[in-house]
Design a binder for this molecule. Structure first.
Ligand code: PEP
Ligand code: MN
Length: 355
């Protein structure tokens, strides 16, 4: 990391960047209110820090060992960007601000009528952002794979329904990209690109999605430690895209015998991650629980531990849903959930230091 003097000139900053590139690394230039900090992307052991510390305009040059330095609070603080939380603006919505943001919609888009019915319901319930899966990651090849699996025309049609529903009900939209081949198409339609839990480790996908320069909803893999999750998030930030919303959606349950929940919601991950980084964190109670009777409780708990928002699966007729029918709640249930979560946030407030 290279910390520039507060009066460093543009030329001096550019010179340091060129020097970094000479050693085969890339630079992330963070211009804060007080000073510029330059993060190094690549193997820092190749950098002669003594040489860098005497370059014109440089205040300090030092090695940073953490694998996720560009998203660390320390990095943002040094640049004088406050180091609190990044707020990601999507249309009129602010993710990471004082109010919790609710993303809701069906697990999978099934038809235009289904999507519009649910979009209307979640909007009325108070949701801000519409979700809907078109390319579904499924464990079994024999189950419904989402409308996108039927072919490009079907994928485009479903993406157009999402766009129309989002515009009609004034909600930005989010959908998942499952593979690199879908990135260019999906990025044309959506406001936020989702990277699902199963793809958390796909470096090439992360880089390609990040290069679209759109906000990304990035889900933790169910077997990933927090350090791994943050380290892989760093791949996207290294592509100069800091609009990453991290999502905790449950880790694998422990022990033998019947599992009472689909996954185990790692609630502590929320304040832990928010202390480590400035990126906003949300909770997905639906996939964590895997059963609709727990979604309300887990949502309340998520907001209570400081999540910036929730991603909730909602269906007007959950029993009939083609995917994840056991965990989707109704728009009426979402109304109660959102109202209660808002009361909880009001009672607790937003803790600036990651709470
Ligand atoms: C989803 O949100 O549609 C989804 C498949 O979730 P996850 O990637 O967390 O399993
Ligand atoms: Mn689902």
């Amino acid at each position: 990391m290279i910390i520039m003097k507060s009066d460093a000139t543009r030329e001096q900053i550019d010179h340091v960047v060129r020097e970094i590139e000479k050693y085969g690394l890339r630079a992330d230039v963070s211009m804060g209110d007080f000073r510029t900090v330059i993060g190094l992307i690549g193997d820092e052991r190749r950098i002669p820090f003594d040489h860098f510390s005497v370059l014109p305009g440089v205040k300090e040059a030092r090695m940073v060992e953490t694998p996720y330095k560009l998203i660390s609070r320390e990095y943002a603080k040094l640049a004088g960007e406050g180091g609190d939380r990044r707020t990601i603006r999507v249309g009129d919505i602010e993710i990471g601000g004082n109010e919790p943001v609710f993303m809701a919609g069906p697990c999978a888009v099934e038809s235009k009528a289904q999507l519009f019915t649910i979009a209307e319901g979640v909007k009325k319930a108070g949701a801000h952002i519409l979700r809907g899966g078109i390319f579904k990651p499924r464990t079994s090849v024999h189950s419904f794979q989402g409308l996108g699996a039927a072919g490009e025309d079907e994928a485009i049609e479903a993406l157009e329904w999402m766009r129309q529903a989002g515009d009609h009900f004034e909600m930005p939209i989010v959908t998942e990209i499952r593979g690199e081949g879908q990135v260019d198409l999906v990025a044309k339609y959506v406001d936020i690109i989702q990277i699902g839990a199963r793809n958390m480790y796909d470096q090439d996908l992360l880089i390609k999605v990040a290069q679209k320069k759109k906000p990304i909803l990035y889900k933790r893999h169910f077997g990933a430690g927090i350090e791994e999750f943050l380290s892989f998030a760093e791949y996207m930030v290294a592509e100069d895209n800091k609009d990453i919303i991290l999502c905790e959606r449950g880790v694998l349950p422990l022990g033998k015998g019947k599992s009472y929940t689909r996954y185990t919601l790692d609630l502590a991950a929320v304040p832990v991650i928010q202390k480590e980084t400035y990126l906003p964190v949300i909770i997905d109670p639906s996939h964590a629980a895997g059963r609709r009777d727990l979604v309300f409780n887990l949502s309340c708990a998520g907001i209570a531990v400081g999540a910036c928002g929730l991603l909730v699966e909602v269906h007007h007729n959950p029993e009939e849903a083609l995917v994840d029918s056991q965990q989707q709640i109704t728009p009426a249930e979402l109304t109660d959930l959102i109202a209660t979560c808002r009361r909880i946030r009001k009672a607790i407030g937003v803790r600036k230091n990651g709470g």
